[in-house]
Structure formats: C-alpha cells, structure tokens
Design a protein around this ligand. Structure first.
Ligand code: FPP
Length: 247
C-alpha cells in the first residue's frame, strides 16, 4: 500500500462509527460497559496506525446526541470511561504528536469532563502529526444547524451579506472546518447507516461497512479497509473515462 497521501490512494481523513460494543459484551455474558472498556484497545491501535501510515485526520464517534436515550446507568458509566480514558491516554497521545480536539455540544457535559477535554486540547494544541477528533454529544444535524445559526448572527450584526453565504462559508463554520473532508468512513457492528454522524463532510466519502464488532476491530482489518479504499475510483461527478484520460 502506498504511504503517499498526495496520490490520494491513502485517505487524508478517516471517520469511524465504533459500533457493536454492547453485543460484543453480551456474547460473553458481560455487562455492556465491559464492551465499551474493551473498545479502548482498537482506538489505541488505530490512532497509532493512522499516525504511522501518514493519515492526516481521524475522527471517532464516541457519544452521539442520541446516546443520552440509553439507560441512565450506561450513560453514567460511559461518561466516566470517556473522562478516564482521555486523562489516562493523554501523555501517550501528546508524546506521539497527536493533536486532540473534541467536536460536539459541550454544555450538557459535567464540569469534570469539560475540564479534562479543555486540558487535553490545550496540551496537544501545537502537535501536528495526527489530527484526532473525538465526537462527544455530537450530531451531524446539530453541527449544520449551529453553523447556520452563527452565519445568521453575522448577517444580523451586519458583518456578512446573505448573498455571501455559499458552501465554503458553511464549511468554515462546521466543527471539522480545520481538517480535510472525510475520504473514508468506516462503520463496524453490521449496520449500514450514517446515524447522524458527520453529514456534510461525508458528501464524497467512500463508505466501508463491516460486521466486525468494534472491540474485535484490529489494525489488520483497518489496513484491509484502507486497501479497499485504495482500489476505489473517486469520480466527484465526472465519468470514469474522463478520469482515465486525465491520468
Ligand atoms: C457503540 O456500541 C459504542 C458507543 C456508543 C461508545 C463508544 C465508546 C468507546 C469505544 C469508548 C470511548 C472512546 C473514546 C475514543 C474516548 P453500542 O453500545 O451501540 O453496541 P451495540 O450496537 O452492540 O449495542
């Protein structure tokens, strides 16, 4: 597999829906939270692999706007786990040059989690080896609505004219404005849905769905997904003949 991002056979930005933790745990007769805990190891492996392979950005969907609807005890344990993991993994992430940023609505999160997220972002702000984005209390529609609201505020303040609102203007207001658009989206756990993950940035992404439950997702399968991506012809609205003629 080529390691050269410039030839576009390696995705610049990979986004992942980590699904199947609960079923993985249930299959072993364990509580669901054991599946979420087991889901940390593939996160470590994929962050390391992405960084080694030269992928610019990795976005992980850890808690959706809709996940609040889960049993309150699972929600509580998940946030405890997320807070602990961010804190315990932070030194290693920082040492390996990862820049961590959180996307999502933070106001509903506990002060303790908000503080840990803020600290992690500050500490890694100058890093540039891999842009890691973790989606927490995130929804793609929320993100687009927030962008629209901010643009409307600027119009109301007289700083922006309505006719100046185009795709670039919307893009610049989204939570992932500072990283390339998603090239490859991976979803584990056997469902073929987007589930309100990054919507705008998936416009031209290749979608890779696998039945593997997230805790069993390995670096080897990640590389298999990257190899599958490398074999896709991305046409962006053009014909295959046009692309071949352009070389
Ligand atoms: C979906 O599986 C998974 C989640 C809602 C949580 C994902 C969180 C982690 C892997 C841990 C934290 C990670 C980071 C990066 C801080 P599910 O519970 O919907 O599984 P099911 O479909 O089998 O029920």
């Amino acid at each position: 597999m080529s390691n050269d991002c410039a030839d576009r056979r390696l995705p610049r930005h990979v986004a992942i829906i980590m699904d199947g933790n609960g079923r993985w745990a249930r299959a072993r007769g364990w509580p669901r939270i054991a599946g979420h805990r087991a889901g940390i190891q593939p996160v470590r492996e994929l962050v390391e692999a992405s960084s080694e392979l030269g992928i610019q950005a990795l976005t992980l969907f850890a808690f959706s706007s809709e996940n609040w609807r889960r049993p309150p005890e699972e929600v509580r344990l998940l946030w405890e786990l997320i807070g602990d993991v961010i804190e315990s993994e932070l030194p290693a992430l920082n040492e390996s040059g990862v820049r961590l940023r959180i996307i999502g609505e933070r106001r509903r999160l506990s002060f303790s989690v908000q503080n840990r997220l803020h600290h992690a972002e500050q500490l890694t702000a100058a890093n540039g080896r891999l842009e890691l984005r973790i989606a927490l209390n995130y929804g793609g529609r929320w993100d687009i609505a927030e962008a629209a609201r901010r643009l409307a505020e600027r119009v109301a303040e007289g700083c922006l004219a309505a006719h100046e609102i185009d795709e670039d203007a919307v893009d610049a207001e989204l939570a992932l404005a500072d990283v390339p658009s998603v090239d490859l989206m991976i979803r584990t756990g056997g469902e073929n849905r987007i589930s309100n993950f990054v919507l705008w940035q998936l416009a031209y992404a290749e979608l890779y769905f696998t039945d593997t439950l997230w805790p069993s997702f390995t670096r080897a399968e990640y590389e298999q997904a990257l190899a599958w991506f490398a074999g896709r012809q991305r046409r962006y609205g053009q014909t295959g003949d046009q692309l071949e003629a352009a070389g």
